[in-house]
Design a protein. Structure first.
Length: 205
């Protein structure tokens, strides 16, 4: 019975996150209330507050649904030793992120909310700091991959792995923003993979 209760609670929690995503997408985060989310989820506001202290915490739970798998995938792609060279690993990670956005409507919606439908002010200023911290961690892992590439003679001797990591990070963040905004797919979505491959070719020694 206890196990069933925990399972039911987790199902309710996931339904609330799903409802929040749908409402955030339509109304924007700042114009969404807990009442809006409760109505969409078919639960009381008390049920939401049982799982989440506030809207910021709920937003973070939604964000984790894409960022935690992203970090795990980055660790598996960039940090685990294998036969592929580090530059290919970076390229594969970036291309796969675009492919996941293209394949998963849930992931696509969450990125759209984070990049277009949220103002990072007041209580959400802490969310912005956490996003920046996550980006810093991603940059550090890219730097490690570039350092391995330099050790293997895959980079020109003048290339600095730290600067290359920053450059790739900023390039990809910009590409993600434009990809999300390009809803008709005629400007960036249809050539995102080519842009990534061109970016990575500039790193070859």
């Amino acid at each position: 019975m206890v196990r069933k209760t925990k399972e039911d609670a987790e199902i309710t929690r996931q339904n609330i996150i799903h409802a929040a995503r749908e409402v955030f997408l339509v109304r924007g985060v700042s114009r969404t209330t807990m009442e809006h989310i409760a109505t969409k989820a078919g639960v009381t506001r008390g049920a939401i507050y049982w799982h989440f202290n506030n809207k910021t915490e709920l937003f973070q739970a939604m964000r984790e649904q894409v960022f935690l798998p992203l970090i795990d995938r980055m660790d598996d792609t960039l940090l685990v030793e294998g036969s592929e060279n580090p530059l290919t690993r970076i390229e594969n990670f970036l291309c796969r992120t675009i492919q996941i956005l293209d394949e998963s409507i849930e992931t696509r919606q969450i990125y759209e909310i984070m990049m277009i439908k949220c103002e990072y002010v007041d209580d959400f200023s802490t969310v912005l700091q956490q996003i920046l911290l996550t980006c810093s961690g991603i940059e550090g892992k890219m730097q490690l991959a570039y350092e391995r590439a330099k050790e293997q003679g895959l980079l020109h001797e003048s290339h600095d792995p730290a600067q290359l990591a920053i450059d790739t990070q900023l390039f990809f963040i910009g590409l993600l923003h434009m990809w999300v905004k390009d809803s008709d797919g005629n400007h960036f979505r249809n050539r995102a993979i080519k842009l990534i491959k061109a970016h990575m070719r500039l790193r070859d020694s």
